[in-house]
Design a protein around this ligand. Sequence first.
Ligand code: SF4
Length: 267
Amino acid sequence: MNNENVIDKIQQYLIQLQKQEGDLIYLNESLAQDEKQSAHSPGIDSPNLSETAKPKGQLSNEPEQSLMTQNAVEADWKDSQNIEELHSKIHNCQSCPLGASRTKFVFGTGNPNADILIIGEAPGKDEDLQGKPFVGRAGQLLTKILEAIGLSREEVFIANILKCRPPANRKPEPAEVELCEPYLMKQIELIKPAFILTLGLTALDTLLKGKHKMGEMRGQVLDYCGTTMLVTYHPAALLRNPNWKKAAWEDVQKLRRMYDEYLEEKG
Ligand code: SF4
């Protein structure tokens, strides 16, 4: 074999080698691509992972429509037959970003057949830690107010518009309220209270849809979908503005009078 033939052979060998490496690189790339695709293809039991990729702040319209809800909230929560069942089906809710930042889900406590449903705004620090509504300073004031009109916390049901604490106790965002409100609606449907007492403007504005002024609304007997509704100041606001306590006292006394009349009629 002369030198030219040797060089020819070496060149052919190198071309062949280059081609094989190219094929190998292509094969590796396409395998990697296939693996990626299969990881993102929803199987029969797989959740829709494209939803998982949504930025955390992106909210869906209905609690049961987001991936997190599919994972964390049972799809048939709206069919719950009682308060305990509803709680068990929604307590892992992650539909809005507050689900990730909460310590505990605050469903609400009290008599599941209460005649009086009390609705506040959202859990605060103590509520978030204990998983119960109105247990901090404002909650202690609420307990005293209830006791002053002859009611115990166990007789009524106490809940909030939001079930999870907004960071630094900020006001609930409209999107959070929109996502969480259906749970409260279901609570109302199951408890069937004769009276609703809203504490503060967030609860009032959420239930009656709109912006209201406490000074104009308190003292009025309102109607919420056939249920008698009264409104008063949030106990946290009373702690900040003790001057409002007199008005709040009148409001809860009115509730007591109306409740007594209701009980009399009921026999
Ligand atoms: S605040 Fe309501 S909607 Fe948001 S995660 Fe908590 S329970 Fe779900």
